[in-house]
Write a new protein. Sequence first.
Length: 323
Amino acid sequence: MKKFSVLKLSFAFISLTVILQCKKDEVQSQQDAQIQARKDSVSAAKKDSAVQAELEKQKVTYTPFVFPKKKKDSATTAFNKNYTAAQRAVILALNRLDTKNKWRADTLAVPDKFDETLAIYAPFPRNVDMLKDVHKIAFFSYPVQAYALYEQGKLVKWGPTSLGKKSAQTKRGLMFANWKKELAISTVDSDWKLPYNFNIHNSLGIGWHEYDLPGFPASHSCLRLLQDDAKFLYNWADQWTLNKGGATVKANGTPVIVYGDYPWGGRKPWLNLLKDSKANDIALPEFEQIIKPHLDKILEEQAKTDKVKSQLASSETSENPAA
């Protein structure tokens, strides 16, 4: 009888365990479904956001704001009065100018809609499937004097730049982010201070950094940026990893492609927006042709970088097991 009771208890315990496990599995299944639903919702929101941005871009039109030579002061006063500081910043950025150099403007292309992120004016493709396996990559365009940042093929940010002037043009092609320094001194002139400098070609001394944007390519081969953009890229891009002793490169940093040519002596490309709001747009097939010759090298170097990062993470874990 006692044996029978033990068997009954054992059976009851097993049954209870099975029931609890089923409940647990059901709860876990519900949680997994909720997590997936959130992911799907976020993904859908991002997709909707991209679609919305594209629709907004299609609706943007541009009108000229002219600064007559003999009435430049009064035109400047009107410009400051007609637009808020945030709106002026957008207008200047779209015309590849910073506040310090706004006096250089003779005609500005002014959008009828204002977006401080500049997203709705992006000349770059928003989605590039060819880059879906690339963690991060930066592009600098000579034709439209602008940069673009992509993560897994998605455009995450773009903005104005000033590349090398005609007599000191920025090297074209694929390069990689190397080292960075929050305040560097120019090797061309020691009086030139370069905040948020990120080197991309060590032997040629090319890097991006904050400096004047005068509305045309004006640098000594570097890639000039607005202050906020320089800060963003400084923190966004990854540096190289050097072998012990620092003499050789173990893994490269974020890939960077500089491409195209500027219409030297011709009309500034962004003023073409006055007639056609899509005049500066870079078509996806054209963009893919820029990427294609470099893609294998980009993925090869990325694999090296991933391996090095994994090794460093394993080493740190073994040295600090409690962490």
